[in-house]
Structure formats: structure tokens, C-alpha cells
Design a protein around this ligand. Structure first.
Ligand SMILES: [Zn+2]
Ligand SMILES: [Zn+2]
Length: 263
């Protein structure tokens, strides 16, 4: 099994030592994990210190991948926080290191954090979704130095009300079209299960179906763990779900190139 989204104490929202995360993955019998700590420059909430020492992070990743190479394959990853005004910072980071796998994720939109109230105040749910997905489409249109879009519908986790898919389906399809044209994928992020979101997965079944119907093939599976105990959680379930939806492969990455493995 493979878990392509894990955080360690290099992330502002995790205290898990990298070694503990890797040991947990080994104990659970995982063959490979991607460590994908946050690089979220100019995060919209100044009270959260999202700074990361990328030199130190990359050095520790490299060291760990050598230390554990006979036991587990470590994928050197990163989760970029996509925003309009930070694309050149992100591009610089991508150029400076030799990452195997890059998640591009939205944690902010229109200069506001998605967590909390600011992004939602004064807007009907339909309008919130409209402006969220418009923001994603715009940023992905101008920045493409990533491999897979993380947790596409993260907005479902924070919105006060989730409108019908029909009201924002075209925007999601436009994003999928962009991703597919650019040779990028999406992830099935199992954290929604831990968040108690029931059968509203990240992405939803409707979204996963549309992605596949539109010709999308690149899909990674990740727990988005922030604690060692969460590594690998619901990964088997996610693989089964993808199978039932007609996906034939999950995707791994090496040197930023997709590798397809049967489900
Ligand atoms: Zn994220
Ligand atoms: Zn994450």
C-alpha cells in the first residue's frame, strides 16, 4: 500500500517527528509513503506561522530516504499552498530542490483563509462555491508547477452549507479539463473520513466520476496524516472505492513522473 500525503513537524500544523511518521508507516506494512509538508508562503492568516526551512526539510527528507531505503520507499514530496500572489515563490522552491512529487493545494482563496469565517461571511453558499472554484481555476491557469491537485473540494470541510453540485459543476469540470490537459491529476484524500464527513469524500463520488469520464487518469491516494497514528488510514478503503468507480490504476510518482500501478 501507498500513502501519498503525510505531514511531519516541518508543517506548522503537525508535531509528528519525521522518524515517527516513517516508523508508523513501516509498522503498518506500507510499501511507500510520500512526505508532503506544507510550503504555504504568505498564508492569509498572519496569526499562523507557516514558515518552513526548506533547506533543512529537504536535507532531512534525503537523509531519511537513505536511512530507510531497505525497509520503505520514501517519496520526497511537498504540499504547495496555491495563491495568486505567491506563484513565483512556489516556482523558485520547485526549482531549488529535487522533489519527486508535488501536491498543489488550496488552503486560502482571494487572500482569505478557507478555515474560519472570513471567506464565507455575507455570501450565500452558492456564491461561496462560485468564488472558491473560480479562484482555483484562475490560479491553476497561471501556475502549473505541481503534479496533483490536493483535496479538490476542501471547501466542503469548512462551508456552512454545501450547495447542489449542479450549481458549481461546470467550474469543477473546467478545473479538471485544465488539469487533464496539463497532464496533472487529483488525489483521493481520506481525511474526510476522519473529519466525520461520511460519504462526502474528498473529492466526492460525483467529482471522481466526472474526472474519470473526462479522461482523467492520474489519481493518488493519501491520508493527509498530521500524526504518526494517522499514516495509512483508510487507504485500503480508498483503493476499493476507486475500483468500484471504474479506475484501473492508482498513481505513484518518481522524479515528478507518474507511475501507474494496478488497483
Ligand atoms: Zn492541504
Ligand atoms: Zn496536507
Amino acid at each position: 500500500m501507498f500513502d501519498y500525503h503525510n505531514h511531519t513537524s516541518f508543517s506548522h500544523d503537525s508535531d509528528a517527528p519525521m522518524a515517527a511518521v516513517i516508523e508508523s508507516a513501516i509498522a503498518r506494512g506500507l510499501k511507500s509513503i510520500a512526505i508532503t509538508d506544507h510550503y504555504d508562503p504568505e498564508y492569509a492568516n498572519p496569526l499562523k506561522d507557516t514558515a518552513i526551512d526548506l533547506d533543512q526539510y529537504y536535507a532531512e527528507l534525503t537523509k531519511a530516504s537513505e536511512t530507510y531505503q531497505d525497509v520503505i520507499h520514501l517519496v520526497k514530496g511537498i504540499e504547495l499552498g496555491l495563491q495568486d500572489h505567491v506563484t513565483s515563490l512556489l516556482a523558485d522552491a520547485v526549482k531549488a530542490y529535487h522533489f519527486d512529487f508535488i501536491l498543489g493545494s488550496f488552503h486560502c482563496a482571494d487572500g482569505m483563509e478557507l478555515y474560519g469565517e472570513t471567506f464565507y461571511a455575507g455570501y450565500a453558499a452558492e456564491a461561496v462555491y462560485q468564488k472558491f472554484y473560480e479562484n482555483c481555476y484562475r490560479v491553476i491557469g497561471k501556475y502549473d508547477q505541481f503534479d496533483v491537485m490536493g483535496h479538490v473540494n476542501i471547501i466542503d470541510r469548512y462551508a456552512h452549507r454545501i450547495p447542489a453540485f449542479e450549481t458549481y459543476r461546470e467550474l469543477v469540470e473546467a478545473i479538471f479539463k485544465l488539469l487533464i490537459e496539463k497532464g496533472k491529476g487529483i488525489e483521493l484524500n481520506t481525511s474526510s473520513i476522519r473529519y466525520g464527513m461520511g460519504e462526502r469524500y474528498t473529492p466526492t463520488v460525483e467529482m471522481l466520476k466526472r474526472f474519470r469520464e473526462m479522461g482523467g487518469e492520474i489519481i493518488t491516494v493519501g491520508s493527509d496524516s498530521h500524526r504518526a497514528s494517522e499514516v495509512g488510514s483508510d487507504i485500503d478503503f480508498a483503493a476499493e472505492l476507486l475500483k468500484t468507480l471504474g479506475f484501473k490504476y492508482r498513481t505513484l510518482f518518481q522524479d515528478r513522473k507518474p507511475v501507474f500501478v494496478s488497483l
